[in-house]
Design a protein. Structure first.
Length: 73
């Protein structure tokens, strides 16, 4: 049995990058929601924080859905 170390390293790198990006997006969504709670009295900033959080959560959902699609198909 021969292991292709270059391919294994490539898969590891892509997996690590995707995982860090997904966690960072989810974290930005949570930060946006917490900023929304803190900025409710400021008006416009609260709406932007909530909208940004929803965009981050939508991107997380899209990335997870695409991963499931790749696994299933």
């Amino acid at each position: 049995m021969k292991i292709d170390w270059a391919s294994l390293g490539s898969v590891f790198g892509v997996s690590l990058t995707a995982t860090v990006a997904l966690v960072a997006l989810f974290t930005l969504g949570l930060v946006g929601l917490s900023k929304h709670e803190a900025a409710t009295e400021r008006g416009g900033a609260a709406v932007m924080a909530r909208s940004g959080a929803y965009v981050c959560f939508a991107l997380c959902t899209a990335a997870v859905s695409y991963g499931i699609y790749l696994i299933v198909s």
